[in-house]
Design a protein around this ligand. Structure first.
Ligand SMILES: CC(C)(COP(=O)(O)OP(=O)(O)OC[C@H]1O[C@@H](n2cnc3c(N)ncnc32)[C@H](O)[C@@H]1OP(=O)(O)O)[C@@H](O)C(=O)NCCC(=O)NCCS
Length: 509
């Protein structure tokens, strides 16, 4: 408490009382009569309120605005008594009496410094419920973009079986479905294609920056892509989603999603000292992707195989990077920020980082006759087989089923070998990990397919980022169109608060 108490008399004007409070740097004073007895309290709030009501502070006396017969505490009361009074009566200052005399003034700030006060909640409200770790099984938004049904081994885009779309449609048709909400007819598709091809040209001044990024010592294709997307969004001046209409959000989304593979391939070629290749406007997304990579028009079966992989990986429920994109969009931020954050989330090995590891496992096995021993040894020593198991799918991953077919159509010794390793792994997993329901996941054949069509290993996850950009942009547009800030709570489990900062703990640098 403030000791001794700052006091005034009732006949002071409000201006004079205000000066006393200012000089003594306190928020309230005790009002005493001529015998030194407490008759009231006057606070900054009382003075301000009076002025707000048009009362003249130079002629009005403290007696007219003070709180008469104030509630008091005794110097011997525990701090908790004062806490209760502050809480129930909404006071900010209490006079403290000692033997009937005003010994000091206790402010709510004094108490907060020393007492452990339980958090104040609105009447009847419970502390926030703690969601399961990793938010598993918790629905945090409504979406019409798509869904994953793990037990059935099924996932869909806007209600259509995604594997069927990958079998029957082009990348652009499914892209249109995800971002515009419907499968396009011929006219819509042609207009959409035109927009995506037009969107491939680089923003002014970007290429020299890409060259520099591609030469950085810590270069990784995905890290470089993240940087390039961020810089490009700045160059295109993408505005806060909060400030632009839904049409403009979708236009920005399409422009950036069209550019992402162009940026990635430029970075790749600059990094390897090769001249960049302009995307051929006559080629669709997947074919242009390979053409920008190699400088040559790809074979139809290679671009179709890649296209099917890309369609299968456009979206996959409320995965971590999609959630990230939605959280950033929910703040009203721009699309460049949302995509940059999403790429950052995808970069984590627990999310986007496994396809090259599955291929590395095939390399480590080396030949079919070594498969069984290798796989047994891996599992016995507690290792995980790369490309097997999934958090959501407890049956065949529909993506792996189709990619197995795609890989088989591409043919070649690596595919035969992969099929042999897969069959052996499933048998060994069933024997050594019975009941765990471990199946081949998307990553196992993704690596095989990408390898077969000539995508280098360090470009596997970045290739995934390109197709997933479509899903991210669909989620961003959905969030922006019906936004509410995503701002959950956490359950605080640290030392009880407020903790007093140790006495004498001084400012230091
Ligand atoms: C994808 C993955 C992370 C999902 O893990 P999860 O749902 O958390 O599964 P859990 O960690 O609860 O594992 C359950 C059991 O299956 C086993 N298991 C899971 N995946 C396994 C794998 N790939 N190889 C061997 N055993 C595996 C675990 O060892 C565990 O066995 P236990 O009961 O004896 O401890 C996991 O399957 C994995 O690490 N796979 C390999 C990496 C990979 O392919 N990632 C790409 C995913 S698309």
């Amino acid at each position: 408490m403030h000791k001794p108490a700052v006091t005034v008399t009732a006949d002071l004007t409000l201006s004079e009382a205000s000066r006393v409070l200012d000089d003594r740097k306190v928020g309230a004073a005790a009002v005493l009569d001529s015998d030194g007895r407490l008759i009231g309290m006057v606070s900054e709030r009382d003075l301000l309120r009076s002025v707000g009501h048009g009362i003249d502070p130079t002629s009005t006396r403290v007696a007219e605005v003070m709180t008469r017969e104030p509630v008091t505490v005794s110097a011997s009361d525990p701090a908790a008594t004062a806490v209760d009074i502050f809480r129930q009566r909404q006071f900010r200052h209490l006079p403290v009496l000692d033997n009937g005399q005003v010994a000091g003034i206790l402010s709510i700030r004094h108490v907060v410094r020393v007492a452990h006060i339980e958090e104040v909640r609105p009447a009847g409200s419970a502390p926030p419920a703690l969601a399961p770790r990793g938010l598993e099984g918790v629905a945090v938004a409504e979406t019409a973009v798509g869904d994953v049904r793990g037990e059935e081994g099924f996932f869909h885009y806007r209600g259509y079986d995604a594997a069927e779309l990958a079998r029957r449609c082009s990348f652009e048709q499914v892209w249109h479905l995800l971002v515009e909400g419907e499968l396009p007819d011929a006219r819509q598709l042609s207009a959409f294609r035109e927009r995506t091809v037009a969107g491939r040209h680089l923003a002014e001044g970007i290429d020299p920056i890409l060259q520099q990024v591609a030469r950085l010592p810590g270069y990784t294709p995905l890290g470089a892509l993240r940087t390039a997307v961020s810089v490009t969004a700045a160059a295109l001046d993408t505005r806060a989603t909060l400030d632009i209409p839904p049409d403009e959000v979708r236009a920005d989304c399409l422009r950036l999603a069209s550019l992402v593979p162009v940026l990635l391939m430029r970075l790749h070629r600059h990094h390897h000292g090769q001249p960049p290749v302009h995307p051929d406007p006559d080629l669709g997304y997947a074919a242009a992707y390979l053409q920008m990579l190699t400088g040559e028009r790809p074979q139809e079966r290679s671009s179709r195989a890649l296209e099917q992989y890309l369609i299968l990986t456009m979206d996959h429920g409320f995965n971590s990077s999609t959630f990230t994109a939605r959280v950033i969009t929910s703040t009203g931020s721009d699309i460049g920020s949302a995509l940059t954050g999403a790429i950052g989330a995808l970069a984590g090995p627990l999310h986007g980082g496994a396809p090259s590891r599955a291929l590395a496992m095939l390399d480590a096995i080396g030949s079919p006759e070594r498969a069984e021993d290798y796989l047994r040894e891996e599992i016995r020593s507690g290792q995980r087989l790369m490309g097997f198991g999934h958090r959501v799918y407890k049956t065949d991953d529909p993506r792996s089923t189709l990619l197995r077919e795609v890989a088989t159509e591409l043919g070649g010794p690596q595919v035969e070998f992969a099929r042999h390793v897969e069959a052996t792994a499933l048998r060994v997993l069933e024997e050594l990990k019975p009941g765990r329901r471990l199946y081949t996941n998307v990553e196992f054949y993704a690596g095989v397919v990408m390898n077969s069509v000539g995508v280098p290993r360090d470009m596997f996850t970045p290739t995934f980022a390109c197709s997933r950009t479509v899903g991210w942009t669909a989620a961003i547009a959905e969030q922006a169109a019906n936004n509410r800030l995503i701002r959950p709570s956490a359950l605080y489990v640290g030392p009880p608060a407020p903790r007093p900062v140790p006495q004498g703990y001084a400012l230091a640098r």
